[in-house]
Design a protein around this ligand. Structure first.
Ligand SMILES: NCC(=O)N[C@@H](Cc1c[nH]cn1)C(=O)O
Ligand SMILES: [Zn+2]
Ligand SMILES: [Zn+2]
Length: 526
């Protein structure tokens, strides 16, 4: 018997002997080898390489943490116009990293000026970083999409440490910083996978194309057009798109994701007085914009999360009988839900309802206000102009343009009913489509094998309540499939305070990415 094992080629060993042999040599990698042994029936070169590759990833841990620390130190907040130079700086950081790792044909694609609504009409969109690693026509080509921009973060929001300084918490075995999980950690993970191959002198089994953008957290403005323009140019020959920009559902079970909600983000602008006013002098005498805004806000959604805008719920595709059975089987508990939210404020008391309301029903969230008093103390001001922000997570079969009309008509109608002399207008800031895919293609199959090889378990196939606006565009413009391979866990606190990435997710995540590329390379379908 001739078996290729994670430790190299072993001759004349029975499977049971091989198992003991593996465990004796590398007991700390029990999960990896348990998973590997399940794959022995179709052992190929891949398994031999995995052992070395995974060991190399382990060996390079200090370097990979250091790189992540450098990347997260750049406060690339796309939603804050004043930080746009930092977003561009982070794009430059990745350009240099890609160059150092031997990527070629690196392009910093400019997307022009940011369209309204925007404070500074001269504000340039950050560049999209395109690069190639290999262009062998005999190999498949995998496009890796990720984003280098992040959500805002400030120490005073309740962070335990400076948000743009990576902290490695040895006791909890995690790293904390804005972007570690969403999405700097996964982007860095892909580069580290290439680094590990280079360190081993091991050829990449596929050609890679990177598409790293800097506006994902602000609706991926400008990227649709770039993808359409480059579909037959830079992106020609792409066989599949892999996105690592979401999270496991819970904290233990790896998942692969085949669906996302969309997101339409709106603002309501209410203005009246020529300047902020003293409430002792003008209170009760003039119409207050904030009072009008609160009334309009209050008409959008109720405290049970039901959207109150006429016609919105009617657009949602009905739940099918076949679909109903899917939710019960997913590895997830209400306790995990409560732990992730840090509360017991969940609106539903059973798993299927929670999952359906997270994945396949729309939701409306009110995010905040511009222009209103928001500090400590008791300032007696009447704000002259307030801008309220809210978004709707969209699902099949909601139509974005139809939704915009329903939302804007609703806000106008409610405002008019107030009889206020103030001015009010509602506008879309950005939108991004929902996406639902077939999870039975070669890319998902390769990712499932990779997950099993690393974690020793089959992944759950899940949908996600969040949005990655560009996913559907890749699928339609490149006429290829897209697969979501999350690195972090459901409790990582993305967009929240104290965002973290468990060290094990960073390193096992990289191994999964590496194994995915090898399994995908071997798959029969292009
Ligand atoms: N990791 C994906 C993510 O966080 N996406 C954002 C994208 C977004 C921002 N505005 C609209 N969509 C999300 O909030 O889901
Ligand atoms: Zn993200
Ligand atoms: Zn995000």
């Amino acid at each position: 018997m001739f078996i290729k094992s994670p430790l190299g080629t072993l001759k004349n060993l029975r499977l049971s002997n091989l198992f003991t042999h593996c465990l004796r040599i590398h007991t700390s990698k029990r999960n990896l080898y348990a998973g590997q042994l399940l794959l022995q029936q179709h052992a190929t070169m891949t398994e031999t390489q995995f052992g070395k590759l995974f060991d190399k990833i382990e060996e390079l841990k200090p370097r990979f943490i250091e790189r992540l620390a450098e990347a997260v130190a750049i406060p690339a907040v796309s939603g804050d116009e004043s930080l746009r130079p930092m977003v561009v700086k982070k794009a430059e950081f990745y350009r240099a990293e890609l160059e150092r790792l031997g990527f070629q044909d690196i392009k910093m694609k400019e997307l022009g000026l940011q369209p309204p609504p925007v404070e500074n009409p001269e504000l340039k969109l950050p560049p999209v970083v395109l690069a190639r690693y290999g262009s062998d026509p005999a190999k498949k080509t995998v496009l890796l999409y990720g984003h280098y921009d992040v959500q805002p973060a400030a120490l005073e929001d309740g962070w335990l440490s400076e948000p743009f300084k990576l902290v490695v918490d040895e006791e909890k075995q995690l790293m904390r910083a804005r972007g570690v999980s969403d999405d700097t950690g996964p982007v860095q993970g892909w580069l580290n996978v290439v680094d590990a191959h280079r360190e081993l002198g091991l050829e990449l089994p596929v050609n890679l194309i990177t598409c790293f953008e800097g506006m994902e957290e602000s609706g991926s403005i400008g990227l649709d057009k770039l993808i359409a323009d480059e579909a037959d140019k830079y992106f020609k020959g792409v066989d599949t798109v892999c996105i690592s920009d979401n999270y496991w559902l819970g904290t233990k079970k790896p998942v692969l994701t085949y669906g996302l909600r969309g997101c339409n983000y709106y603002q309501i602008i209410v203005e009246g007085p020529g300047a902020d006013l003293h409430s002792g002098i003008f209170g009760g005498v003039i119409a207050e914009p904030m009072i009008d805004l609160v009334k309009v806000f209050g008409s959008l959604v109720d405290s049970q999360g039901r959207i109150l805008i006429d016609g919105v719920n009617e657009m949602v595709a009905p739940v099918t009988e076949k679909e109903q059975g899917l939710y019960e089987k997913i590895d997830f508990t209400l306790d995990e839900m409560n732990a992730a939210s840090g509360s017991e404020t969940c609106l539903y008391n059973n798993k299927p309802d929670v999952l359906m309301h997270r994945w396949r029903f729309p939701s409306l969230s009110i995010h905040g206000l511009e222009g209103a008093f928001s500090s400590q103390g008791a300032k007696t001001v009447i704000p002259a102009k307030v801008v309220g922000k809210f978004s709707i997570r969209t699902v099949p079969d909601m139509e974005s343009a139809k939704l915009d009309k329903l939302v804007i008509d609703h806000c106008n109608k409610v405002f008019q009913s107030l009889g206020s002399p103030n001015k009010c207008r509602t506008e879309l800031i950005h939108d991004g489509n929902y996406w639902v895919s077939d999870p039975f293609n070669a890319s998902f199959t390769a990712a499932a094998k990779a997950t099993k090889a690393v974690y020793g378990v089959e992944p759950d196939f899940t949908r996600e309540g969040g949005s990655i606006p560009i996913t559907l565009t890749f699928e339609t413009q490149l006429k290829t499939n897209v697969m979501l391979l999350p690195m972090g866990r459901g409790d990582d606190g993305a967009h929240s305070i104290n965002e973290k990435l468990d060290l094990s997710n960073y390193f096992q995540g990289m191994k999964t990415m590496a194994a995915y590329l090898h399994y995908y390379a071997e798959s029969e379908t292009k």
